[in-house]
Design a protein around this ligand. Structure first.
Ligand code: SAH
Length: 471
C-alpha cells in the first residue's frame, strides 16, 4: 500500500495555506468545505479573486508575513501552494521544523500527505489516490465512482445516523446490529434513495421492532463458488455473501486477490490443501461449519470455481442439512469455463462439439473409472479437472479406445490468474508437454477438435507441427 488512508477532522481546526494564487484558491475551496479555519500567507503573491473573497467575508484570515514556527503550534496541517521556488522551500523548511504535516503542491518529495481525488456525498467521503503516480487515472476512477453512486447517498447516511441510537439501544449485540443494518440497506434504504424518507423511517422502525431484529441470530452456511481466480469473475451474490460473513472457511487455492473482498472483520480459516502444509479433513471442516452456524454465525464456505463441480459442495450441504443448518449455494464460474474463455477455446461448437464432459483425472491406482470408448468418440469436448498428474494415462486410454493420437489437446494452467499459461498440443503429446513446460497446476486439460479454435496467438506459441489447423 502506497500510504495509509485516513480522514482529517479539520472542522474548527487551523490550517495554514502558503500562497494566494490560483493553486492556493483550489486548495482553499477544499479546506473550507471541510470546515477548517484557514490562515492564508500570500507570501508576496497576488491574490486570486476567490482567495480575496474568502478573506473579505471572514472565511479565511490573511497573514502578511512569512510563516513562522509559532504558526505551526496550533495547526492541524499546512499546504504549500506558492509558485515561487525560494518562498516555497523556505516555508516547507519552517513547517517541517515545527512538525506540521505538509502537503506541497507539485513537490511530492516534500509531502507528508497527499490529497486524493474526492467523491463527496454528505457524510460519505471517498478518496481515490494513486500515491501521486497517475492523478489523471485517479480522476477517471473518481468519475466512474461518481457515476454509479446515487446522488442521495449522503442523505441515506444521515438517515442511518439518525437511527443509530435507537438501534444500539434495542439490539445490544454487535452481530445483531450489523444484521439490522444489512436488512435496512436492503429494504428501507431504497425509499430514502427515492426521496421517500418518511416511508423509509417507518419501515426501519417496523424492522427494528419486528421479530427478526429481536430474535437470537440464526446461523447459516453459504457455500460460495469463487470462480477460477480472477476476482472480477466473482458473482455479485458471492461478493454480497463474502461481505456479510462472520466466518469464512476457504480452500487454500483461493488467492489473496479474492480474499481481499471478504469483510475485513470476518474470521478467516484456511482449510484447504496446500502443498507441504497440513489440511483439515472433510469431517473437521464439516464440524467447524456446523459449530459456527450453531453459534448463530453466518458462515461462508468459499470454494474455487463452482461448489457443485468437483467441489464436495454436495457432501457439505447434505451434512449440514442433516443437522438442521440452513444452507445456500452460490454458483461460481467453474474452471473449465474460465479456461475455455482465456484460451479462446469454445467448449462446444456447432461443427466440432455437440457436447462437453467435465471429468476428474484423479484416481487411486489403475485408471480413472470413466467410459473411455464414449469419451474417445469425435464431435465432443472433454474437460479434465485434476488431471495434470494423470494426463499420460488419460491420453493412453482415449487412444486405446479409438481417439486419434493427433486429436488437439490443451493445458490451461492458472486460468484467469495473472500468470496463466495456455499450452497447446496433441493428445499423444500431452504428458510430454506438461513435463517439458513444468506445469505445476492448478491446470485443466481440454481435449477435442475445438482446441483448434484457440486464439491465434496461442496457436502461434505452439510448435507448428503440434496441431494441424485443418481437420
Ligand atoms: N470446484 C472447482 C474444481 C475443484 S477441483 C471448479 O468448479 O472449478 C480442482 C481442479 O480444478 C484443479 O486440479 C484444476 O484441474 C481445476 N482448476 C481450478 N482452478 C483452476 C484454474 N484457475 N485454472 C485451471 N484449472 C483450475
Amino acid at each position: 500500500m502506497e500510504g495509509l488512508p485516513g480522514l482529517w477532522r479539520a472542522r474548527g481546526r487551523d490550517a495554514l495555506l502558503i500562497g494566494g494564487g490560483e493553486t492556493a484558491a483550489r486548495k482553499l475551496r477544499f479546506l473550507l468545505r471541510a470546515g477548517a479555519r484557514v490562515r492564508v500567507f500570500p507570501t508576496g503573491e497576488a491574490l486570486h479573486d476567490e482567495v480575496s473573497a474568502a478573506i473579505d467575508t471572514g472565511a479565511a484570515v490573511r497573514v502578511d508575513r512569512p510563516v513562522c514556527a509559532a504558526d505551526g503550534a496550533e495547526a492541524l496541517l499546512a499546504i504549500v501552494a506558492v509558485e515561487d521556488e525560494i518562498a516555497a522551500r523556505a516555508a516547507i523548511a519552517v513547517l517541517k521544523a515545527a512538525r506540521v504535516p505538509v502537503n506541497a503542491v507539485d513537490r511530492p518529495e516534500a509531502c507528508d500527505f497527499l490529497f486524493p481525488a474526492v467523491v463527496d456525498r454528505g457524510p460519505v467521503v471517498i478518496g481515490i489516490s494513486t500515491g501521486g503516480a497517475a492523478p489523471v487515472l485517479a480522476r477517471r476512477v473518481r468519475a466512474a465512482v461518481e457515476s454509479v453512486l446515487p446522488a442521495r447517498l449522503g442523505r441515506l447516511a444521515e438517515v442511518a445516523a439518525g437511527l443509530r441510537g435507537a438501534v444500539k439501544a434495542m439490539i445490544p449485540d454487535d452481530p445483531g446490529c450489523r444484521r439490522f443494518w444489512e436488512a435496512f440497506f436492503d429494504g428501507p434504504a431504497a425509499d430514502v434513495l427515492a426521496g421517500e424518507e418518511g416511508r423509509a423511517r417507518e419501515a426501519a422502525l417496523k424492522l427494528l421492532n419486528g421479530p427478526a431484529a429481536q430474535a437470537p441470530a440464526h446461523g447459516r452456511v453459504v457455500i460460495v463458488g469463487a470462480g477460477p481466480g480472477d476476482p472480477d469473475l466473482l458473482t455479485l451474490k458471492a461478493l454480497q455473501a463474502m461481505q456479510r460473513a462472520d466466518v469464512v472457511l476457504h480452500d487454500s487455492l483461493i488467492g489473496p486477490q479474492i480474499l481481499d473482498y471478504v469483510r475485513r472483520d470476518a474470521e478467516r480459516i484456511a482449510v484447504g490443501k496446500r502443498k507441504g502444509a497440513h489440511s483439515l479433513t472433510q469431517d473437521t471442516i464439516n464440524a467447524l461449519m456446523a459449530r459456527h452456524a450453531a453459534a448463530g454465525r453466518v458462515v461462508v464456505r468459499l470454494k474455487g470455481g463452482d461448489p457443485f463441480v468437483f467441489g464436495r459442495g454436495g457432501e457439505e450441504k447434505a451434512f449440514l442439512e442433516a443437522r438442521g443448518v440452513p444452507v445456500e449455494i452460490v454458483p461460481g464460474v467453474t474452471a473449465a469455463v474460465g479456461a475455455g474463455a482465456v484460451a479462446g477455446i469454445p467448449l462446444t461448437h456447432r461443427e466440432d462439439a455437440q457436447s462437453v464432459t467435465f471429468a476428474t483425472g484423479w484416481f487411486k491406482g489403475g485408471a480413472p473409472d470413466l467410459d473411455w470408448s464414449a469419451l474417445a468418440r469425435p464431435g465432443q469436448t472433454l474437460a479434465v479437472y485434476m488431471g495434470v498428474g494423470t494426463a499420460g494415462v488419460i491420453a493412453e486410454r482415449l487412444i486405446a479406445h479409438g481417439a486419434p493420437a493427433d486429436r488437439p489437446a490443451a493445458v490451461v494452467e492458472k486460468a484467469t490468474l495473472p500468470d496463466q499459461r495456455v499450452l497447446i498440443g496433441r493428445l499423444d503429446g500431452l504428458a510430454r508437454l506438461i513435463a517439458e513446460r513444468q506445469v505445476a497446476g492448478p491446470a485443466l486439460l481440454i481435449v477435442g477438435d475445438v482446441v483448434r479454435r484457440a486464439d491465434a496467438a496461442r496457436l502461434a506459441e505452439t510448435a507448428p507441427q503440434a496441431v494441424a489447423r485443418s481437420a
